[in-house]
Design a protein around this ligand. Structure first.
Ligand code: AMP
Length: 173
């Protein structure tokens, strides 16, 4: 199955010049959704992952399914002001803006092996900030997994030294 065909592109959303990759079309296709989740599970089932961290909001969908499949805990990294307990936070810029993300202080223990999941890597700002949060809590980032990559935006360069895994990519957009 070609996952690219299941992802819809919305030009100039949320702002002029952005080619937004809309994964809701993949989610509403049961075979494509299952195939996506199973591909991630196949990759990580034999790695010793202690926790899956999912990034607000689309990373929650794939990250939570994967944590369930792996039988490990799921940790949400959320936009500022959403987490109710004590948090640490990190500012970042992404393809179409800037923001602050947070994680609960007690979410990860020292030396735990963490897999981070999001729907898409563009400029790499969001994942870099998430890696910092995980490391501030003492976690070890095993890999960062994405459904989609936009290689022209060179997100991998922003996060050099960490392993990046992507299921599909859109070149030249
Ligand atoms: P970045 O920090 O630039 O790598 O942006 C990645 C984050 O912003 C992810 O959480 C994506 O969901 C979202 N994002 C950035 N650019 C796009 C895009 N072109 N299409 C869909 N989501 C995007």
């Amino acid at each position: 199955m070609n996952l690219n065909d299941k992802i819809r592109t919305i030009p100039h959303w949320p702002t002029e010049g952005i080619m937004f990759k809309d994964i809701t079309t993949l989610l509403q296709d049961p075979e494509a959704f299952r195939e996506t989740c199973n591909q991630l599970h196949d990759r990580y089932k034999n790695m010793k992952i202690d926790k899956v961290v999912g990034i607000d909001a689309r990373g929650f969908i794939f990250g939570a399914v994967l944590a369930y499949q792996l039988g490990v805990g799921f940790i949400p990294v959320r936009k500022k002001g959403k987490l109710p307990f004590k948090t640490i936070s990190q500012e970042y810029t992404l393809e179409y803006g800037e923001n602050i993300i947070e994680i609960h202080k007690d979410a990860i223990e020292e030396k735990e092996k963490v897999l981070i999941v999001d729907d898409l890597i563009a400029t790499g700002g969001t994942i870099s900030a998430t890696v910092k949060l995980v490391e501030m809590l003492g976690g070890e980032v095993v890999e960062c997994a994405f459904i989609v990559e936009i290689p022209d935006l060179k997100g991998r360069e922003k996060i050099k030294g960490y392993k990046i895994f992507t299921l599909t990519g859109f070149e030249g957009e």
